[in-house]
Design a protein. Structure first.
Length: 242
């Protein structure tokens, strides 16, 4: 039997009360929220040359607002070329993976929010930036010392697109640096790699991530400040020693 609108509100209220003991109501339904009050953050990321991950975060009014869970009548869809998928998820996070394609420069990813009783938002578009590959450190490197410079290079370079280099691991504080240009090289100095408390003598697996991004076009029906970003990223994994 279908719930009445009032019954659904009661269910949501009970859910909020249930989580109040661990920090309050974290998520609300999109059912009664106008599209102009939905803050959306979309990302289309290609970590290989043959796949694109599309992700969405939905919040009320702003990035730090209450998470929004899509009601049954609201559907997020993404299209790449002739392929269209609904984004699956829970709470405020939704995603879809497109595989067996060429994630080349200029590939467009379109995201649509279809709404039965509110304003739809069909025109968010992200255009993939130029792909690249990490040259140094080579994939064959099994370990690196955080006491030495970590020289990172990638190719091709010299674009006008936004670049970012990051390093993360269980024994270190996350490091991230946004670059003003696309020089094709960046050095992470030992002083940039800070061990977590009590982890100075610990070896852990680290992830080096280099990314190149383009700002997309967000549908104007969404809340002010909403954003869409297309990303090409490449990773290296190795043990990070003291």
């Amino acid at each position: 039997m279908m719930m009445t609108k009032m019954a659904r509100r009661v269910v949501r209220l009970i859910s909020c009360v249930a989580v109040a003991f661990i920090g309050g109501c974290l998520v609300t339904s999109s059912e009664d929220i106008d599209t102009s009050n939905i803050y959306a953050a979309f990302t289309a990321e290609a970590s290989t040359a043959i796949s694109i991950d599309v992700a969405a975060e939905l919040h009320e009014k702003e990035a730090n607002g209450t998470g929004i869970s899509l009601a049954d009548s609201d559907v997020l869809k993404a299209t790449v070329g002739d392929k269209t998928q609904a984004l699956d998820g829970a709470l405020s996070t939704y995603s879809a993976v497109f595989s067996d394609l060429n994630a080349t420069a200029g590939t467009q990813v379109k995201v649509t929010l279809e709404r039965a009783s509110k304003t739809s938002a069909p025109n968010t578009v992200m255009t993939m930036p130029d792909p690249f590959e990490i040259v140094l450190p080579p994939d064959s490197v099994a370990s690196r010392s955080r006491a030495s410079d970590l020289i990172v290079t990638w190719s091709p370079s010299g674009t006008t697109q936004h670049m970012k280099v990051g390093l993360a691991g269980d024994c270190i504080e996350d490091f991230s640096r946004e670059l003003d240009s696309d020089p094709g090289t960046f050095t992470i100095a030992p002083s940039d790699i800070k061990a977590k408390s009590g982890q100075s003598d610990v070896t852990c697996e680290a992830t080096l991530k280099v990314s190149r991004s383009n700002a997309g076009t967000i549908d104007p029906a969404f809340a002010s400040g909403s954003q869409a970003t297309a990303v090409q990223s490449r990773n290296r994994w190795f043990d990070l020693t003291p």
